[in-house]
Design a protein around this ligand. Sequence first.
Ligand code: PLP
Length: 473
Amino acid sequence: MQDPGNLEFSADEMRAMGDAVLRRVVDHLATIESQPVRGDTDAAGLCRALREPAPEHGTALEPLLDALFDEWIPRSFNTASPGYLAYIPSGGVYPGALAELIGAGVNRYTGVWLTAPALVQLEANALDWLRDWMQFPPTTRGLFTTGGSTANFTAIVCARERKLGTRLRDGTLYLSSETHHSVAKSARLAGILPDRVRTIPVDAQFRMQVDRLEAAIEADRAAGLVPFMVVASAGTTNTGAVDPLPQITAVAQRQGLWCHVDGAYGASFHLCPELRPLLAGLPHADSLTLDPHKGLFLPYGTGALLVADGEALRAAHSLTASYMPESQGEEFYDPHQYGPDLSRNFRGLPLWLTVKLYGAARLRAALAGKRALALDAARRVAALPNVVMDAPPQLSLFAFHLEWPGSTRAGQDAATRALLEQVTRRGKVMLTGCHAGGRFLARVCVLSFRTHRTHIDTCVEHIAEAAEALTAG
Ligand SMILES: Cc1ncc(COP(=O)(O)O)c(C=O)c1O
């Protein structure tokens, strides 16, 4: 009789199961263009019906795949679609998916150098590539995280440890009114309470006002507090604004603050030498968040942090115990000494495999291509009647609103919101909006590797038709 506790599959069974899964994934990707960009997510009833106790006995794989691919996956925002121009797109390149399979399949222990030295070295290589592309100094150490939010969190922890010591309650942190909310959340998680977080206003281009930043730092210092960190954005989520990084890093240096740049959306454009002037000052930050699952097209689950003084990252995390292997010293990167995780997935493999398979040149070309598409779309949208371009693309994101003679602010906001709904309802292009500068804006962000000229043509056409209908008369 077979042991009921035997969880093994035979090699043939594993192959058959793998083939079945891969067939579904590849079919899904091969037809992504024809799938609606915004699935029906009005699914509260479905979600209630899905609740179930853990099954006592197993089910065959095929019916589970049927349900996943035919019923549940389609009921989501199609973030892998070429028409997904909402929020900050991701895409999810196929090598990234393969890397996830390999990592989980071989299930090696990459939290500790000694247990998988060559694999950890690949991860260290991928971090070094990020460091080189961002032109960070040789002293840099990095960390792959689950996303931009956790990278921002880790940066705040480093700054707190370096700059505040025991004066945690006195430390003040500076961000702008356009900073991603993960920064304020991370500050709270790191013990910096909301009454010590200062929100600096932005200028007409939605960029942090540097004179207001310096004034706020000086006021806090005069009040006996300890200004310790400023967080600048290299591409805000709302409008894609790049804060004045050279001036902010200079203020930080002058005032003795840690300058972190949140480049979750925009930093990857620094790969392209011709675009580096748009991100001038970025290499002089103390730390930088990148989000390869956005700007390097990877599937969700890969963020990254670079810290120029790598010793600060190590000092914040390094701790050991008698059951742990001896530290490897300086030469080899030991992930658990640089981040909060011990056991973890092979987090660097998706980026490593993606860069190895495509080569950096293709990634650079893709990034430059997305920006060119955004510039083209913005030029054509700005030329439409009754469209006001509030934020032309600094990188690959722009924001606009509808306005016509005799319209009120409330009417403009409502029409702009209706434009997003009308465009998205047509199923080819998904857009989202934001509140910025006291009004509601529609935004277009081109970052998926699947977005090409035909999709931009459709986007512009659908915006034009909705704008005309909504502002007529
Ligand atoms: C500028 C910025 N920072 C941080 C984040 C958070 O990144 P993640 O969703 O990977 O945690 C985002 C997400 O869109 C972002 O746009």
